[in-house]
Design a protein around this ligand. Sequence first.
Ligand SMILES: Cc1cc2nc3c(=O)[nH]c(=O)nc-3n(C[C@H](O)[C@H](O)[C@H](O)COP(=O)(O)OP(=O)(O)OC[C@H]3O[C@@H](n4cnc5c(N)ncnc54)[C@H](O)[C@@H]3O)c2cc1C
Length: 298
Amino acid sequence: MPSGAEQAVLADFADIVKSNEPLAPYTYLRLGGPAEWLIQPRSREELSAVVRRCFQARIPLRVLGSGCNVLVSDEGVRGAVLRLNEPAFTRVEVDGRRVRAGTGAAVLALISEAARHGLAGLEALVGIPGTVGGALRCNAGDRAGDIGQFVRQVEVLDSRGDVQVRERDELRFAYHWSNLDDPVLLAADFDLEADQADAIVKRMRKAWIQRKAAQPLNFQAAGRVFKDPRGLNAAGLIVQAGLAKTRVGGAEISERDANYIVVHPGATSRDVLRLVDLIRSRVEERFQVELELEMTVW
Ligand SMILES: Cc1cc2nc3c(=O)[nH]c(=O)nc-3n(C[C@H](O)[C@H](O)[C@H](O)COP(=O)(O)OP(=O)(O)OC[C@H]3O[C@@H](n4cnc5c(N)ncnc54)[C@H](O)[C@@H]3O)c2cc1C
């Protein structure tokens, strides 16, 4: 269907749709072109209606969290990109040992609210940027633990815009992967353990310091690029392949952790993708290991 017809399909949502909206400001790397439609629903009903309409009109639909794990191509994205940044999607509520978070909430807001109520577990994730939705989709975490282990259930929208509940026993979480592949994740319930607030805060501080010491410097825009291959370490392979600090255009391998690409002013997504290709081919040539992208490229 041509874009003019798509515009008519989305006409009812004029208040919440921006057309040809640059996505770079909404991503961590601040790179990439526009979305054909950027849609920011204000309520669940509005969100359901948008999803239903896009499905009926076969308009491709994506959800953008904080864009920490997404590289938007310079050409931009066809179809609709949803952002769940309105209060209807960012609430965090505590009920006993259970915490419910909208997927648009920041992971940090979820961890802080849990800690404030003396609920432990998620503090190991402190310092991982992004939203609850992005963290669930990618099962954010590291050796100290991942978000998936605390999930009790997840509310999602299917492609018809209907709410479905995915219970613990149907959910699968593995290294940087989950089977939560529904078009929209709405909210999640987490089961946590009671603990002393000061002990939780102490662990939060420790996790924060450890993670920040390993990540690129705060002023640098940087993205984590590859999954660690089984039993191996992507950063180690990149360094051993002689690629430390390699730069292509405005994209450079971080000197703190070679599995991050730092982008300099003037960089483009194409620079990042060319550097990714270079790393992949050099590592494969040298070690016969195929590095798998952790970032999603749009
Ligand atoms: C400096 C830095 C450090 C990092 N450290 C870690 C780390 O230690 N461990 C780790 O695991 N990751 C790490 N990451 C990667 C990243 O932070 C996580 O993957 C994060 O969970 C992504 O969240 P986001 O909101 O930015 O998601 P986005 O990047 O916006 O989206 C990621 C994917 O999730 C989908 N998505 C997001 N929200 C929804 C939703 N509501 N419904 C449906 N789909 C959705 C998107 O469509 C996309 O496919 C790091 C990234 C950076 C930049």
